[in-house]
Design a protein around this ligand. Structure first.
Ligand SMILES: [Fe+2]
Length: 169
């Protein structure tokens, strides 16, 4: 299998993406809770890849890494215009993927992961495989957070069972 992450690296070099990321960094400058930065995106991608291996779910690393890079970029819309960030991220991701001429099937796979990263359950879209990958991506996003050493842990609105209070392998 090729380890060349083609779409991932095209996103990383895309001017629109970099501009969105810069704005997101500015808007989160004084945020006391988890930030949505490159470290978070790569944590999500790597944890998702590990879960795929562990649960033997076939996954295209380029799809996982691309979705990870893009899944939170809609946060700028949430902060500025109160638009839910999963929807805003899908919208922004779609135009970036079009800018870099991402192939249609791959584009839809990436957008699906982004669309469901806050709500993994979607009874209207059944392919069992897709559901598994989406659930893995959802869990990777949550597992990526270091609640056990977060200074804002007690003020965070995550429920206690969602918080990562121990290191898991
Ligand atoms: Fe995230």
């Amino acid at each position: 299998m090729s380890h060349h992450l083609e779409v991932t690296n095209l996103i990383l070099a895309n001017a629109t993406y970099l501009r969105e990321l810069e704005l997101l960094n500015v808007l989160e400058q004084h945020r006391i809770f988890c930030k949505h930065d490159m470290a978070h995106f790569l944590d999500v991608a790597r944890i998702a890849m590990l879960l795929c291996q562990e649960e033997q779910i076939p996954a295209d690393p380029d799809v996982i890494y691309s979705a990870a890079l893009l899944h939170d970029i809609g946060r700028t819309e949430e902060y500025q215009h109160h638009i839910p960030h999963d929807l805003a991220s899908v919208h922004k991701a779609e135009s970036i993927l079009e800018e870099i001429a991402c192939e249609e099937t791959k584009k839809q796979k990436i957008l699906n992961l982004i669309r469901h990263h806050r709500h993994p359950d979607h009874p209207n879209q059944d392919p069992a495989l897709l559901e598994s990958i989406e659930s893995i991506f959802y869990r990777a996003d949550k597992k990526s957070r270091l609640c056990f050493c977060c200074p804002a842990c007690s003020q965070c609105n995550w429920t206690q069972d969602k918080k990562n209070m121990q290191i898991e392998r």
